[in-house]
Write a protein that binds this ligand. Sequence first.
Ligand code: ADP
Ligand code: MG
Length: 304
Amino acid sequence: MSIVVRQVSKLYGEQKALDNVSFEVKTGEIVAFLGPNGAGKSTMMKIITGFIPASSGSVFVNGIETTTDNKEIREHIGYLPENNPLYPEMYVREYLGFAALFYKNGISFKKQIDHIIEVTGLAPEQKKKIGSLSKGYRQRVGLAQALIHNPDILILDEATTGLDPNQIVEIRNLIKDAGKEKTIMFSTHIMQEAEAVCDRIIIINNGRIMADELKGNIYSIIKRQLQVVHVGFDKEPAEADLLSIANVVKVQKLEKDQWLIEAEGEKDIRPDIFSFAVANDLTVLSLQKEESNLEEVFRHLTNR
Ligand code: ADP
Ligand code: MG
């Protein structure tokens, strides 16, 4: 029950929303698709689910190539689109029955609907109109809709965006529970969200994959990709001179003679800072390498 994305690009007119994107999601994984707004997350998900075509490249779901007219694919995929479009005039149970009609697998409707209402915690609200539900419950209806045909794969586009902290925890728990049996790809623009729910994080920016790592490894790629050094000099160096040190990508003045220096790459930047000081007749009074956190890496990877 895997997803394989091979060299997918997508153009909207002149604009390239996806640029040669490749990745795989293996059976049983929960993968976060993390990137800032406009990165291409929703576009990628619409292509995987067969709602829009790629401009080039291909996507395979369980080994079957996704196309916009392939209904077979949709039997395997549950999809919660961004902004969770629902029919506010429909009743919860009625809507889920309606959603089930689109699938062959939803056949034993009543039993399946009862089951899904149970697992998504919708029982107390099932007789209400969708429009009268809180945002958290509406999101549960969206999840129930995605689960109704018992798909192997769930594609969840910003499933917790706009919810309050309690609702976020509840929806995350539902996702984690579903993830015990299913392959899940969920998009988010929030670091902590990715960290809280997933096994693996794929970072996308400007339509390109910037990182694809197991959650436990993402800290080491951070170290490979970004070093943050806090340095104090006895005199004021020129900012432009600091920026000329090899691999330095950003400098920030903190207080008098104190600087935060960000450098790319694996090679320790500290000897270069000493050499720089010597060459510029400065003395290094303090030098400390900071542990960069996921937030910084994310900013770094998505700010260029
Ligand atoms: P994300 O979900 O990561 O916020 P999207 O996939 O929605 O990103 O959008 C990626 C880029 O493609 C954005 O620059 C967006 O403006 C553009 N885009 C998305 N959908 C369309 C569309 N239907 N027509 C034109 N441009 C679009
Ligand atoms: Mg989106």
